[in-house]
Design a protein around this ligand. Structure first.
Ligand code: BEZ
Length: 258
């Protein structure tokens, strides 16, 4: 068996865990779902930015990238630029972070416009000395060494972290998935529902775990069914009739009958 540089973390009455010794050298804040994202001031390609003042009241997709003038990052930045209107339509702002000097970031953006035809209009943070990437636990110990990993943090209008995704340097992210996640969170927040595996907008929802029958009926009327006590489906059509044609769970409203 391969021998790793691990140490034993002994805590009485708890499972015995072996952790990489490297963990001892790591400290600092690591973003978690539910945390308020830290406030910071930074130079960006759109001018100086105070993060909380800029982000509060909108959804924010904050994405760290390993560096300017690199292949996967270039396609990601172009992809986010191309999809910006879709993010705006969902009430979300985009902001990127790269460990480069401002001149390099602006030069890279100009080059993307020339090569791929995509205009990056949202702010890109020039985090040349890595202070912000380090503060937000975006520096990867793995295949990207001391440069930022592809960390994406989805932050809600109240500045609370709702989702965190880490990708390695050689795998580009999906703007389609980011938009799907935003749709899922917006459904969750407005309707008090959960979303199933591979859900896409217009699909049925789930009654969230922990919601009792009375609550579900108060919220969803007759428009939910119980497959198992732990698996209850809410008909999307009932909650948002604009999204799908009526289906069997609900008779059409009188004005929809013809
Ligand atoms: C890339 O974007 O392709 C990349 C960036 C940094 C390290 C490795 C790959």
């Amino acid at each position: 068996m391969t021998s790793f540089d691990f140490f034993h973390l002994h805590r009485p009455g708890r499972p015995n865990v072996r952790l990489p010794r490297d963990y001892l050298r790591r400290s600092g804040w690591v973003p978690r779902i539910g945390d308020i994202f830290p406030d910071f001031a930074a130079p960006t390609t759109q001018g100086p930015l105070d993060f909380h003042a800029w982000a509060e009241g909108s959804w924010t997709v904050l994405f760290g990238q390993p560096g300017a003038f690199t292949p996967v990052c270039t396609t990601e930045l172009a992809g986010f630029a191309r999809a910006e209107a879709d993010f705006t339509a969902l009430g979300a702002k985009l902001i990127g972070l790269v460990p480069d000097e401002m001149d390099d970031v602006t030069g890279w953006i100009a080059d993307i416009s020339q090569v791929l035809g995509d205009e990056v209009r949202f702010p890109m943070i020039a985090d040349a000395d890595g202070t912000l990437a380090r503060s937000f636990a975006m520096l990867g110990p793995g295949d990207s060494g001391a440069t930022p990993i592809r960390k994406t943090v989805l932050i809600d209008p109240a500045l609370r972290i709702r989702m965190i995704l880490d990708y390695p340097a050689r795998v580009g992210r999906s703007t389609v998935e980011m938009l799907r996640l935003l749709d899922a969170f917006r459904a969750q927040d407005s309707l008090d529902v959960a979303t199933p595996c591979d859900w896409t907008p217009g699909g049925d929802y789930l009654v969230p775990a922990g919601m009792d029958e009375d609550e579900a009926t108060a919220l969803f009327g007759d428009d939910w069914i119980e497959l198992r006590p732990y698996l209850r489906v809410v008909n999307a059509t009932i909650l948002d009739p604009t999204r799908r044609p009526p289906c069997a769970l609900r008779p059409p409203a009188p004005d929809e009958a013809d």
